[in-house]
Design a protein around this ligand. Structure first.
Ligand code: HXC
Length: 517
């Protein structure tokens, strides 16, 4: 055999060894836990055969605790690039079979390299996390590595989409990389995120709590909002990443890819003309409206189980990607509270950063009153949503279906926050407050003094409803561009978006804004 052939053979052998990560036994143990390996995950996620790996032969440099005797090619993370639906993406997947995927100095260098490359190329970055945290033997070098990654996540924020999948443990300061990225996908039952684990919690607070109760997918997708999606299986989680990317541009200078639309743009939905209940206090399901107006009824919901009083997610109109924000009257009457304000503000800002037009469907009775909300800072959190809509320069189309009262009227993509096209259904009630509340404030003394208080209240309510609980008062001032027939909503939104396709608007130059945090 020629010496060159021998060298090629040696390369093949080394590659085979690298592909085994921490070895067959640990791969088996990973499979036994119902988890795939880093390489299997990448292969499932990317277009077949598209993965190109970087730094396969990188090894750690640590000499503490006898670690110099235990080295693996690749050192705990698989990195590189490939394509999803033919579009370039960069990826890292932590390899739990090597030191539990714990982060070393060299692992951080590998991750930083792909992040830097993703930024240069303007391509999305996907991180699959499955790690015991900082590699304990490396001490401060591991911490430094984390901070280098965080710094890059921060600079990449708003420039390229960053998606984190949590497919195993993600603990300690390690949680901050996913927290800095745009979307977190967790797995029910097998992934968890927390700053301090159950043992430390017990020692510090005396609280007994399991990993799942402390930071499982169910907690982060319902209570904390840290996780945007909770998938059942790794396969589902990976498919979700592919689907999510289909709605997003590769970077902030591009538009999201448009797809061919086979759903008629002028499809009328007669049922919408008779959908709003007669009683303003009776709920209906906002999903019915979203499903009937978007292309083929397809809606990728973000934060589905967190703050369900507001709905956010991606859909398409005539093949064009849009971000939908909609109050949900079926849950807490669609009121704006701390969590729903934060949820929607983050989504609006994401869409604006990535040139995705916003379609807002309004049915909101106002902000949730009470000490719990006030003490929790609803003033600041509500201001986040106000701020997000006000600073957004993407096309903004708003349809008010029913209630739009008080401060919530201003917040929900109103004309005054540079809403481009604001429509209302004939059932809309755009006013400072609902009729019964207004009568109470304005006429309580008169009603009490009247010989027929009930009749007097009914009469006043009727007068108020006629004068204010309708869309025409707002339309009279041009705050509503048109009152539309509900069944035409799809067509009118598509027309509006087409008209706005070349919209140019920018904000004053500044170092950065000072969003109320
Ligand atoms: C070095 C680690 C490690 C770590 C796991 N391993 N975590 N090695 N540093 N942080 C190694 C184990 O020694 C083991 O090696 C292999 O990975 C698999 O770990 P197991 O414990 O056998 O797996 P499992 O039972 O599934 O438990 C997984 C685990 C547990 C829950 C993640 O390993 C664990 O609690 N690890 C420590 C977590 C931790 O406290 N990390 C530091 C967090 S603080 P062998 O050779 O046996 O296969 C932090 C600060 C970051 O991260 C700050 C950033 C700013």
């Amino acid at each position: 055999m020629s010496s060159q052939l021998e060298k090629v053979k040696q390369l093949t052998t080394m590659r085979e060894k690298a592909r085994l990560g921490g070895g067959e036994k640990r791969i088996e143990s990973q499979h036994k836990k119902g988890k795939y390996t880093a390489r299997e995950r990448i292969a499932m996620l990317l277009d077949e055969g598209s993965f190109e790996e970087f730094d396969m032969f990188v090894e750690h440099r640590c000499t503490n605790f006898g670690l110099e005797k235990e080295k693996y090619f690749g050192d705990g993370v698989v990195t590189g690039y490939g394509t999803i639906d033919g579009r370039l993406v960069y990826i890292y997947a932590q390899d739990f079979t090597i030191f539990g995927g714990s982060l070393s100095e060299t692992m951080a260098l590998k991750i930083c390299k792909v992040l830097d490359q993703a930024m240069k190329m303007g391509a999305p970055m996907i991180g699959i996390n499955d790690s015991g945290g900082a590699r304990i033997q490396e001490g401060v070098n591991a911490l430094a590595g984390y901070a280098e990654i965080f710094q890059r996540n921060i600079l990449a924020s708003g420039v390229i989409p960053q998606i984190s999948a949590i497919f195993g443990p993600c603990a300690g300061g390690a949680v901050y990389s996913p927290a800095l990225t745009d979307f977190n996908i967790m797995l029910k039952g097998t992934s968890y995120m927390f700053l301090t684990g159950p043992k430390v919690v017990k020692a510090v607070t005396g609280e007994d709590v399991t990993q799942e109760q402390l930071g499982g997918a169910s907690i982060h997708s319902t209570k904390s909002g840290v996780s945007h999606f909770a998938a059942e299986t790794e396969e589902d989680g990976l498919l979700l990443i592919r689907k999510l990317l289909s709605y997003l541009p590769s970077n902030n200078l591009e538009e999201a890819p448009a797809i061919e639309c086979n759903d008629p743009v002028d499809r009328l939905e007669d049922a919408l003309n008779d959908l709003i209940p007669d009683s303003p206090n009776k709920p209906y399901d906002m999903y019915d409206i979203i499903g009937s107006i978007v292309d083929n009824g397809e809606f990728l919901e973000v934060h589905k189980t967190y703050a369900p009083n507001i709905i956010v997610g991606f859909a398409r109109f005539n093949g064009m990607s849009v971000g939908i924000v909609a109050n949900q009257p079926k849950y807490l009457a669609g009121v704006l509270d701390i969590n729903s304000s934060r949820k929607a503000a983050r989504f609006v800002r994401f869409c604006d950063a990535f040139n995705i037009p916003l379609v807002t469907l309004v049915d909101v009775p106002g902000f949730l009153p009470g000490t719990q909300q006030e003490y929790g800072g609803i003033i600041l959190h509500g201001a986040k949503l106000l701020y997000a809509y006000g600073e957004a320069t993407v096309p903004k189309v708003t349809v008010t279906l029913r209630k739009s009262y008080g401060g919530a009227y201003c917040v929900m993509s109103s004309k005054h926050l540079r809403g481009d096209i604001n429509y209302a259904w004939p059932s809309a009630e755009i006013a400072v407050m609902g009729a019964s509340g207004a009568i109470e404030v304005l006429y309580s003394k008169e009603i009490a003094a009247s010989q027929d208080p009930k009749g007097c209240a009914a009469e006043k309510e009727q007068q108020y409803t006629e004068a204010f609980a309708n869309p025409y008062n707002a339309a009279k001032y041009g705050y509503i561009d048109d009152v539309i027939e509900p069944r035409n909503t799809r067509f009118r939104i598509i027309r509006a978006l087409q008209q706005l396709a070349t919209k140019k608007l920018s904000n004053p130059a500044k170092k950065h804004d000072n969003l109320p945090l």
